[in-house]
Design a protein around this ligand. Structure first.
Ligand SMILES: *Cc1c(COP(=O)(O)O)cnc(C)c1O
Length: 412
């Protein structure tokens, strides 16, 4: 069985040779890294770019670098560069803060764009920070949150009609990897005069989001998953150009002021997306993300998506052949999945730890999910097969029963 799969892996790697960009990354030898959906791998050039910021720009040029090295404008400059990957024309994306903070700005700002409406819709299965922040933002904006599964959202939007201010959803479910219908949900919200906010944490860089094309109003996402910006990389906020003049985000800070160095006593928002800024940007982190985005130079997101679908599709084939007893939580139809495959196991945490000990790095999500992310730029079909073979071995050897693999760390 495995030899047929080996041939198939080879055939698929040949077919997709044009998008094998492993050479653009610095991966440890012998590791199959399936956790790029949690912390992307290190792209070549990032360490050098960061060293330059530290040694030359900071060390030698000191404060002059705010102007000379473009530190001040970096959040919007890098925002434009990132915008290409999510289908946003320049001037609508700013790299700043964390996803949580940007979501707060987007939800409050979005509700303020639709005064008189009382409901924000969100997914009960959202990543927890999205739930916490959406609740807090709605409370502060004087509206209520209703939690409705994405699959039922369009019907609920139609019922709510003019009561709906904002529908705030993730485009890919972080646990199951299910890809929701962003265009349909967006159209439904617009049909009742409401806005949408999409969280792109698990879609940016691996599938075509098409923010401008689908007339999305607001979006947020993080820099450290498939965009490879490094641990704690700054996140981003997208506000569609047509909303920018009226976008009244709640965290008025001096970096978002129209004339920050006038040191004026009262807040006047900057024109354009710069009003999404709050305080001083993490310059080193922005520089790392900027350099990391170089891994996507010359690559279209459509190409990355094609490779991603091939990798996840092949992993499903491998599972069917090697581990058919494992329930798959991810939809099988390509158009319904992001760039991950999740399987369920009662000892999912220990299964993941046993895989890591074998050099196959994935992660665990409550309650029973073995989550494997397939970052398209640096994985091959041969890696995919190796991962499936190790998974088979972990199950056969009963490695998940071992004490050493059951002890929980802080970060899972
Ligand atoms: C990773 C992730 C986050 C992370 O939020 P931070 O504030 O950047 O830590 C938020 N939402 C979703 C859906 C995520 O996948």
């Amino acid at each position: 069985m495995s030899s047929a799969l080996t041939d198939r892996a080879r055939e698929l790697d040949t077919r997709h040779a044009g998008t094998d960009l492993r050479g653009r990354f610095r991966l440890p030898p012998g590791v199959v890294y399936l956790d790029g959906n949690s912390l992307g791998a290190l792209p070549a050039g990032v360490a050098e770019a960061v060293a330059d910021v530290v040694h030359r720009q900071w060390g030698s040029r000191l404060i002059a670098s705010w102007n000379e090295a473009g530190w001040w404008d970096a959040p919007t400059r890098v925002g434009d560069r990132l915008g290409r990957l999510v289908g946003a024309a320049p001037g609508q994306v700013v790299v700043t803060d964390s996803t949580s903070v940007n979501l707060y700005k987007a939800v409050v700002g979005g509700v303020r764009l639709r005064p008189g409406r009382r409901v924000v819709l969100t997914d009960p299965g959202s990543f927890p920070t999205d739930l916490y922040v959406t609740e807090a933002a709605a409370r502060d904006a004087g509206v209520v949150v209703e939690r409705v599964e994405p699959s039922a959202a369009v019907a609920r939007i139609e019922e709510l009609g003019h009561d709906l201010a904002l529908a705030s959803y993730s485009s890919v479910d972080y646990r199951t990897g299910e890809l929701w219908d962003l265009p349909a949900l967006t159209r439904a919200a617009h049909a009742v005069g409401a806005l949408v906010c999409w969280d792109l944490c698990h879609s940016a860089g691996v599938l075509e989001v098409g923010l401008d094309e689908h007339e999305v109003d607001l979006a947020v996402g993080c820099g450290y998953k498939y965009l490879n910006g490094g641990p704690g990389a700054p996140a981003y906020l997208y506000v569609a150009r047509r909303h920018l003049d009226a976008f009244d985000q709640p965290l008025a800070g001096w970096n978002g002021h129209a004339t920050p160095f006038a040191m004026a006593p009262d807040f006047v928002p900057a024109p354009g997306i710069a009003r999404g800024r709050v305080g001083t940007p993490p310059v080193i982190g922005v520089a790392a993300l900027d350099a990391a985005l170089g891994a996507y130079d010359g690559v279209s997101v459509a190409d990355a998506r094609e490779r991603s679908l091939s990798l996840t599709g092949f992993f499903l084939e491998c599972l069917d052949a090697l581990a058919p007893e494992l329930p798959v939580a991810t939809p099988r139809e390509g158009h319904r999945r992001g760039s991950q495959v999740s399987v369920r196991h009662r000892e999912a945490y220990a299964v993941v730890q046993a895989l890591i000990a074998r050099g196959v790095v994935g992660d665990f999500r409550e309650p029973d999910i073995v989550r494997l992310g397939f970052a398209p730029l640096y994985l091959t079909h041969a890696d995919v097969l190796r991962a499936a073979e190790h998974l088979r071995a972990v199950l056969d050897e009963g490695e998940f029963e071992r004490e050493e693999f059951r002890a929980r760390s802080t970060v899972t």
